[in-house]
Design a protein around this ligand. Structure first.
Ligand code: C5P
Ligand code: C5P
Ligand code: ZN
Length: 457
């Protein structure tokens, strides 16, 4: 930890020397949060800056920033260090993806270089926050670091944030910026009416409850839960803690009697994060809902709107982001339905679906992750989702904690399998992505299946 924080201070020192910095960040919740953090920290010091959000860091992107004095790469960069060697500007990298190539660079902050895991212990926005914190008193930005970590699902593996994330969370809690508590982990605690929250609960699916409004109303009535207050639907956070506890107990009981394995039932409850500086009852009050809102902008080419929200816009851009969120949720539901209907194909060491043009390439990874909870999906095999994209075919892979314990490393497998067919890939042990040339899916799958088999043996 000491070495990691020292590296953060060195990166901060390099930033302080600049008059003008180009920020290049990744097009997802974590990337947007990271860009927001560093931009706000630099603004406070009156250091000029400009934000560029990109899908991936390739040669054209590098060329486009080669005229800058200094470039700060956030939530990406560690996979493209060799491209920075000949770049004119001073380069500073705050990332958490598995590094590729030499790790000699001076201003490179990545948890993997310091014995931490970038899939669980620190996100891109977390790494960026460590630098912001070394620039000055920026504790008010810690909530964005929590949003980024939750957006990358870093809390999922253990049901709570851990590693360096924990240090950031502790700081946020001490300063009354974030509150962490154990609670029901369904999406929409702040904004969905209680019965709707239960109806859409999907990780895990609750037998007899998910998608079953009649049974939900019956259950809530049997527990004497009032659904409305002064004519308005109550959301989960409006319930008393005793009411919440009673509902959770009833749900756990239901899952157990339906024969759900205890380790899955456990997933009903986990740490949730409330952003205390945000308005109660809004999407931004909950880290998971906030992150989904950011993804709803970034994944559809409206990343500027998401960045505005991170920078504090609560008017025009915020309204637009909320509209995009509705569409994003519909797209995810439609994507999940598509997989439900077409099913998965199972090979010896993985299972896959090909969504073609039915799912956007930018959200196929999220859909692949959500599939874990579908009936008929094997929980002991990684899931690969394909979708057509502009530059070939996008592949997204999602594993699980138990597979990683058995040495699954999707970043390596996806990168190697992609290379074998002329594509590129990378990411984390538990979740990775790749882009491959059209028509190479069969060859790619054959190689990936072999590589995963070797890792797991
Ligand atoms: O963009 P990258 O780091 O930036 O994002 C990490 C990805 O890994 C996210 O898409 C997240 O959904 C996925 N992930 C996962 N399960 C985990 C941890 C991360 O699907 N347990
Ligand atoms: O795109 P997807 O959500 O499947 O990405 C999962 C993880 O793999 C993300 O952290 C993403 O940044 C990473 N990734 C990568 N190289 C690629 C594609 C995805 O490092 N070519
Ligand atoms: Zn990230």
């Amino acid at each position: 930890m000491e070495q990691l924080l020292k590296r953060a201070r060195e990166c901060a020192e390099a930033l302080k020397k600049q008059d003008e910095i180009t920020i290049v960040s990744h097009v997802d919740a974590d990337g947007l949060a990271a860009a927001g953090i560093i931009c706000r920290a630099l603004n406070k010091m009156e250091i000029g800056n400009e934000i560029k959000i990109v899908k991936k860091l390739d040669l054209p992107v590098m060329q486009s920033v080669s005229g800058a004095d200094a470039v700060m790469f956030t939530d990406l960069g560690s996979g493209s260090l060799d491209l920075m060697d000949d770049l004119g500007p001073v380069c500073i990298v705050a990332d958490h993806h598995q590094p590729a190539g030499s790790s000699e660079m001076a201003f490179h902050l990545n948890p993997h270089l310091f014995g931490y895991n970038g899939a669980t212990d620190l996100s891109g926005s977390g790494a960026t926050y460590l630098i912001a914190r070394a620039l000055g008193d920026n504790v008010e930005l810690s909530d964005l670091a929590v949003v980024g970590a939750v957006g990358d699902l870093q809390h999922v593996r253990e049901g709570r944030l851990r590693g360096v994330n924990r240090l950031i969370l502790d700081e946020a809690e001490k300063n009354a910026i974030v509150r962490a508590e154990k609670d029901f982990q369904a999406f929409g605690r702040q904004t969905r009416p209680v019965h709707k929250l239960l109806e859409y609960a999907s990780s895990p699916f609750i037998p007899g409850i998910t998608g079953n409004s009649a049974q939900i109303l019956e259950l809530l009535a049997s527990l004497n839960i009032e659904l409305k207050e002064a004519g308005e639907w109550k959301s989960w956070v409006d319930l008393s803690s005793a009411e919440r506890r009673n509902i959770i107990s009833a749900l756990i009981q239901k899952c157990l009697t339906e024969g759900m394995p205890p380790e899955r039932v456990q997933n009903l409850v986990g740490e949730v994060y409330t952003l205390l500086k945000e308005e109660p009852g809004t999407v931004l009050r909950d880290a998971s809902e906030y992150a989904t809102l950011l993804n709803a902008t970034a994944r559809y080419g409206f990343e500027k709107i998401g960045v505005d929200v991170c920078l504090g816009d609560r008017a025009g851009s915020y309204r637009k982001a909320n509209e995009l969120l509705l569409m994003h949720r519909e797209n995810l539901a439609r994507g999940l339905n598509y997989v439900k209907q077409t099913g998965m194909t199972t090979l010896s060491n993985l299972q896959y679906f090909h969504a073609g043009d039915h799912v956007f390439d930018t959200i196929v990874g999220i859909v692949a992750g959500m599939c874990k909870n579908l009936e008929g999906v094997d929980r002991h095999l990684p899931i690969i989702g394909f979708a057509n994209s502009d530059d070939g075919v996008k592949a997204s892979a999602r594993g699980s904690q138990s597979l990683v314990e058995r040495h699954l490393n999707l970043a390596r497998a996806m990168s190697d399998a992609a290379h074998s067919v002329g594509g590129v890939g990378g990411g984390h042990d538990i979740a990775a992505g790749a882009t491959i040339p059209e028509g190479t899916e069969a060859e790619f799958l054959k190689n990936l299946n072999e590589l995963v088999g070797q890792q797991l043996s």
